[in-house]
Design a protein around this ligand. Sequence first.
Ligand SMILES: *Cc1c(COP(=O)(O)O)cnc(C)c1O
Length: 420
Amino acid sequence: MKKSFIDLATAEALAAKYPTPFYVYDERGIREGIRALDRAFAWNDGFKEYFAVKACPNPFLMQIIHEEGCGMDCSSYCELILSDSIGLRGDDIMFSSNVTPAEDFEYARRLGAVINLDDATHVDFLKAHGGIPEEICLRYNPGGDFSISGAIMGSPGEAKYGMTEAQLIDSVKRLMELGAKRFGIHAFLASNMIDPDYYPRLAEILFKLAVKVNAETGANVSFVNLSGGIGIPYRPEDTAPDLDYIGRKVQEAHERIVAPSPLKKLAIKAELGRYITGAHGMLITRAIHVKHIYKEYIGVDACAANLMRPAMYGAYHHITVLGKENAPCDHVYDVTGGLCENNDKFAIDRALPEIRIGDLLAIHDAGAHGYAMGYNYNGKLRCAELLLKADGGAELIRRAETPADYLATFDFCDIIKKER
Ligand SMILES: *Cc1c(COP(=O)(O)O)cnc(C)c1O
């Protein structure tokens, strides 16, 4: 049974102050999730999680995540600005970008971020734009399909990221000539993996590659970066991956592959996004229309511009009708937003309790790639983000957009009449 982390009374109290729709995040859940991750990797000196900022780019949440000891994984100029704004520097920032503009590399180097190079040609590009640091990471793409116990989990051969093994080894040699001294190896081969063997399988691949790179180049490989990819149980029947199992299995691979090698040990870095905030954010929206034609529709005040995953990926997001947690799910609805797009549906043929106009719905597991993927299509405005604090209070951590925000990029001209 999936449970909403806020009840109807709390949601109504928030809605009285901040009109729906809004996102709400659970500080305690975020902190506890990071602590569980740290415990699972406590055996590894130098373990560090870099929160993938793209999952939920809010500086208040980034601050909380940083307080728990995490760095930030950035992929763009503005994500670097967010990390810079909360005071992060040096190895508190991982910069894992691709198709990287020169000014992004230059900014990342000014901040002293750990750079994760996506391609062999980026070695000389970085040399020209920011310079080569002493510590640097390289992104590996093994090609083909990636499988766990025979089941295909991803197709790196079709993915634009990373470099081949030969390119990676050549890049390490070139970087050594240019003054790099310590190396990391990164790969991201599958996404939203609730199979707990994902990280162990990936670790095995990267550990073996690290040993090989060291043998062929003499490079001091100091860490592997397991990147993102640990999933969350979106569906009620899914189970969350067992972090202690993951940590133990990665440790076993480390003992088997790295400990007997000349490297002896490798620090482990991660760039989890979804795992950190996904389950700890919900989109709260109100039913504003009930429509009966060939199907039953519930129209809510949020739309795909606020949460794109169902429309974009057909993603399942559990819905709780607040205050009706124990009512029978004896109605079948499509829950829809107001975009002029028929894929603007948060749920299709979903069994739910009877919904009345005015009911508040909590759309679960929206804390990653939720607000972050918001947009202004159809003239829809991005909503507010609220934080449910560990002490029980609530705080506005991003205000809702207003029409003035929507028009802000025309502020250089007078085609928009100011006296509206
Ligand atoms: C998206 C992304 C992540 C985070 O992935 P999750 O699935 O949210 O954990 C980490 N690293 C890179 C390079 C990414 O693109």
